[in-house]
Ligand binder design. Structure first.
Ligand SMILES: Nc1nc2c(ncn2[C@@H]2O[C@H](COP(=O)(O)OP(=O)(O)OP(=O)(O)O)[C@@H](O)[C@H]2O)c(=O)[nH]1
Ligand SMILES: [Mg+2]
Length: 404
């Protein structure tokens, strides 16, 4: 589908990087970005988001390039979206809808699909309600007994019923997982979650560490469901469980964070987070912050974290480790592609497992198969041992750390 991208520079953040991300998002959704239209504004125009002249420019580009869809790098109000569609005579989507769309295409598991549907319906519901108040305002709020209103009310009621149903089913699934987690928690298996910005290389790392064959792609949100595997780390700590998770993105629609809470629960209950960073991205610091924001939002900011500085092959860095002031490993430089630094990362996990488990992690037989399973089984919360050192604030550009 031929797409035009529209980005407005409000003077905050790295505009070029955010447009590049929009292009990757669009491609991940199956669109083909043909042209990009940008403008500078201090604030959005209430009617069309962009100014009138810019709207004409977009309309012209649409005609000239045979554009079928216009994708905005922003959240549009329902009224703005409608006005734009009327004026441009093509479909207009905003960033939120685009991300929801990718999630809908990617969802594999039963639970994942329910979560996406819930998020989409909630997004739709806000738009119906806002659309309705918009209408009300136009008519001065009097005599709103037209057929349109009745239809809207019906739609809203049906959506409300479905949302309720989905919530009940998701709650049930969540309880099941909790029970599983508790039962399996008796084994005290140390659990590690890979978290990080989308496209950071989590699945690639997961694959090289576990040789699992998880879908890797230069696409955003290639992974939607949590996949877990057992990873044997030597006699000292035995096996740990490692989970690959959904990637985060800036301005992740709030409904999605809420809907995916159950999936992300894996992350909250992990003993250790490996926060994977695309060390070659110019906006990596911003991405680290975005990820930490979401972690805070889902209540996983208390889980010990090690930064995994990935893609050192592309960034021209050497493998290495950094320690914080408590001598805990805070950052490991690796390449999931070439395998450089993976031995250091394994050592770092072993060290973390030993410190959290107080060094007496029993290595008895566990009632788990080595097969892939989709939900975790750690005890609730970390088992103590304190912080392994989160990422330092204002971290400088990574130094060329020599192999240790
Ligand atoms: N140069 C280089 N590229 C890498 C490395 N690790 C991963 N990549 C590439 O980065 C892209 C994203 O990798 P994924 O493993 O799918 O990333 P992810 O974090 O799982 O992404 P989502 O599942 O979408 O959140 C792919 O094109 C990988 O080939 C690395 O060490 N070096
Ligand atoms: Mg992935």
């Amino acid at each position: 589908m031929r797409a035009a991208l529209v980005g407005i520079d409000f003077g905050a953040g790295d505009f070029a990087a955010s447009l590049e991300e929009l292009s990757l998002l669009a491609r991940s959704a199956g669109a083909d970005p043909i042209t990009t239209i940008t403008a500078k504004r201090s604030s959005p125009d209430p009617a069309h988001f962009v100014g009138s002249g810019k709207a004409d420019e977009i309309a012209m580009a649409c005609k000239a390039d045979g554009i079928e869809i216009v994708i905005f790098n922003h959240a549009l109000s329902p009224a703005q979206q409608r006005n734009l569609e009327r004026r441009l005579e093509v479909r207009v989507v905003d960033r939120t809808s685009l991300i929801l769309d990718i999630f809908a295409q990617r969802a594999q598991s039963h639970e994942g699909k329910l979560q996406v549907e819930l998020a989409q319906l909630q997004h739709l519901a806000t738009r119906l309600i806002r659309g309705w108040t918009h209408l009300e305002r136009q008519k001065g709020g009097i005599g709103l007994r037209g057929p349109g209103e009745t239809q809207l009310e019906t739609d809203r009621r049906l959506i409300g019923e479905r949302v309720k149903q989905l919530r009940i089913r998701l709650t049930k699934l969540r309880k099941q997982h909790e029970t599983q987690r508790r039962q399996r928690g008796r084994n005290q298996t140390f659990s590690v979650s890979l978290v990080g910005y989308t496209n950071a290389g989590k699945s690639t790392l997961f694959n090289t560490l576990t040789k699992a064959g998880v879908y890797v792609a230069n696409q955003l949100f290639a992974t939607l469901d949590t996949t877990s595997r057992r990873l044997y780390l030597g006699d000292e700590v035995g096996s740990v469980v490692i989970s690959d998770t959904v990637g985060f993105v800036r301005e992740l629609p709030h409904q999605l964070v809420a809907a995916f809470r159950a999936t992300l629960e894996e992350t909250i209950h992990a003993d250790l987070l490996l926060h994977v960073v695309d060390g070659n991205s110019p906006v990596r610091m911003e991405q680290i912050e975005q990820v930490n924001d979401v972690l805070r939002e889902i209540g996983a900011d208390h889980v010990p974290q090690i930064l995994v500085w990935n893609k050192i092959d592309a960034a021209g860095l050497e493998p290495g480790v950094e320690r914080d002031e408590y001598d805990k490993i805070s950052r490991v430089f690796i390449s999931a592609h070439s395998g450089a630094g993976l031995d250091l990362l394994r050592d770092a996990i072993v060290e973390a497992a030993k410190s959290v488990k107080g060094g007496d992690n029993s290595n008895e037989e566990q009632d788990l198969s080595d097969d892939e399973f989709s939900h975790g089984f750690t005890e609730d919360g970390p088992t103590g041992g304190g912080s392994l050192g989160g990422p330092a604030d204002n971290m400088p550009t990574p130094p060329h750390v020599g192999p240790h």
